[in-house]
Ligand binder design. Sequence first.
Ligand code: TRP
Length: 373
Amino acid sequence: MAEDFVVTPWEVTGDIDYDVLMKRFGTAPIDDALMARISKYGEPHFMLRRGIFYTHRDLDILLNDYDKGNRFYIYTGRGPSGNTHLGHLMPWIFNKWVQDTFKVPMIFQLTDDEKFLFKDLTLHQTTDFAYENALDLVALGFDPDKTRLILDTKNIETLYPLALAVAKKTTFSTAKAVFGFGNDTNIGRIFFTAMESAPAFLPTQIEGKETKVLIPCGIDQDPHFRVTRDAAPGLGFPKPCMLYCKMAPGLSGGDKMSSSDENATIYTTDTPKQVKKKVGRAFTGGCVSVEEQREKGGNPEVCAVYKYNYFLFEHDDGKLKEMAEKCRRGEVLCGECKVALTQKINVFLENHQAKREEAKELVDKMAFNGFKW
Ligand code: TRP
């Protein structure tokens, strides 16, 4: 039997079976009928077509409401524990598509408090990372008039009443059951779910009427939002609707791109040389010798270079398929794929880094309630 896997907001280990995970969490698949429905609003993003965003809670209910002429908000976030890498951008790129397709406002929460409580970092460090991470989000081109950045320690006046309401509805026994907390857990961690819940209720408060929220994010955040959704009705707020994606893979062949392996992680500020070196060392599905690979072919399923194309860099389904087939037939060698990927990443980063510079002005404009970084 395959080794068991663990997916929580703070730990992702093992070989994740995403269908099993969906059943464990009790979320719904994005079936053909729902895909057909989404297609009515615009060409579905490749992350939907490929099943990267693959499961949801109440997306159909959200669309029913939207069809009646009610605007929703999107809400997502980032725990600022380090510099932004390409894996972080993956769900954000999807959020931008949602904003553009449905013309909706977006709230982005930066949880400097969370990473202070859960990591060996000072509050000063997590707040600095939040600024750096915000530049990357803004660089992706979110509408500056419709997008607001929330920094927990700066926007606490707005968040605190909402977080308190959630905290009052959530028992320690629920927190323990959902997150596995024990007697040695610091009490800030126990409260934190209330802080991540708060922005989900903010749109209703801002609009002064019931306003639905869609949260497109990694499926590892589901434990938080189960708590949020359970608390919502008793507080007079609509339950947030969820749209979840799989974790972006790392270059070493693991299931989740992780900052703990710096050499297998491409940061948004990496130079072309660094990218070349990291991609050059990536884990692939190739054979030990050229002769063997020409004869037997490679295995794109396990190849980090192929996965990068699949999750981020090859948007054309036809070209992606061709890439996999050529690999299996031994017509292309790992070195060639690495060169091609390096090229794509460097073209992307050159543009992103320029936008990131421009973002330095916009982040002030997009700060919720005009807070100062
Ligand atoms: N806890 C998330 C993280 O560690 C950050 C976060 C806050 C978030 N609010 C969110 C993620 C809403 C997704 C959706 O990255």
